[in-house]
Ligand binder design. Structure first.
Ligand code: CA
Length: 251
């Protein structure tokens, strides 16, 4: 497992936040937005609140012999963790008028036994690399992605669209948001990648796939370098989880 966040080459602040909590097998990428430090505050509040909520609900997330996967209750509770964060961010913005309207994406992975539970809002992504094939596990909640899914834009048009950064759901902009949840039976040697659009907007799925095959500790800096060499206009966050069935989530 390895993760890093980088300011990029153009921005003066890093509004992304990440969490790599190996003990809890909890991994998060959050990409904040909002003026007057709102973006940084929203993404860091999200990461802290989700971590605290999962810790508080540890019994629901614990590995027990009687648990069978996928467990809808686990997936829903992980979704609730994002909405717990949403309320915290929303309330903070009510206290400080300069922070009104701040919000963040949140892509969250919690591994229990050999199962990954994923909860997600916004346009950060979770990818799975399995036996040389790369899959995008999460759907972007963005204007252009919705138009791709509706058949209005092609994937190629969406990648160059001037509104490609407009997201349709965010954490904290309102008290609650619709959260997508899903789960995935993991296999030996799978790689999971969480990333902000500073990576996936600059690096192709094919390039991501090539780098993910290396060790997690090498993949993270090489993916960040690649996004920077392609312009680095945005903050870049990358978390890579290498799955081994004997040592879950270790590199
Ligand atoms: Ca971003």
């Amino acid at each position: 497992m390895a993760g890093a966040t980088h300011i990029g080459r153009v921005r003066s602040t890093n509004q992304d936040s990440i969490l790599t909590n190996v003990a809890q097998q909890l991994f998060i990428v959050a990409d904040g937005m909002g003026g007057h430090a709102g973006g940084e505050i929203a993404s860091s509040l999200a990461v802290q609140a989700i971590d605290a909520y999962v810790n508080e609900q540890k019994e629901i997330f614990s590995s027990t012999p009687e648990r069978t996967h996928p467990d809808a209750h686990v997936a829903n509770t992980l979704g609730n963790a994002i909405n717990f964060a949403s309320t915290k961010i929303y309330e903070r913005a009510l206290e400080e008028p300069s922070l009104r309207g701040m919000g963040t994406t949140a892509t969250v992975v919690k591994i229990i036994d050999n199962y990954a539970y994923i909860a997600h809002v916004g346009d950060s992504r979770c990818y799975l690399l399995r036996r040389d094939f790369i899959y995008q596990v999460t759907n972007d909640h963005s204007l252009v992605s919705e138009q791709v899914r509706a058949g209005i834009l092609t994937k190629e048009e969406a990648e160059l669209h001037h509104l490609r950064n407009v997201i349709t759901r965010s954490v904290g902009y309102q008290e609650e948001e619709d959260v997508d949840t899903t789960s995935l039976a993991l296999e030996d040697d799978d790689r999971l990648l969480l990333c902000s659009d500073g990576l996936h907007g600059k690096v192709t799925d094919k390039e991501i796939s090539a780098h993910l095959k290396t060790q997690a500790t090498l993949a993270v800096p090489s993916l960040i370098d690649l996004a920077n060499s392609h312009g680095g206009e945005d903050n870049i966050s990358v978390v890579v989880i290498a799955v081994t069935m004997r040592h879950r989530g270790e590199a």
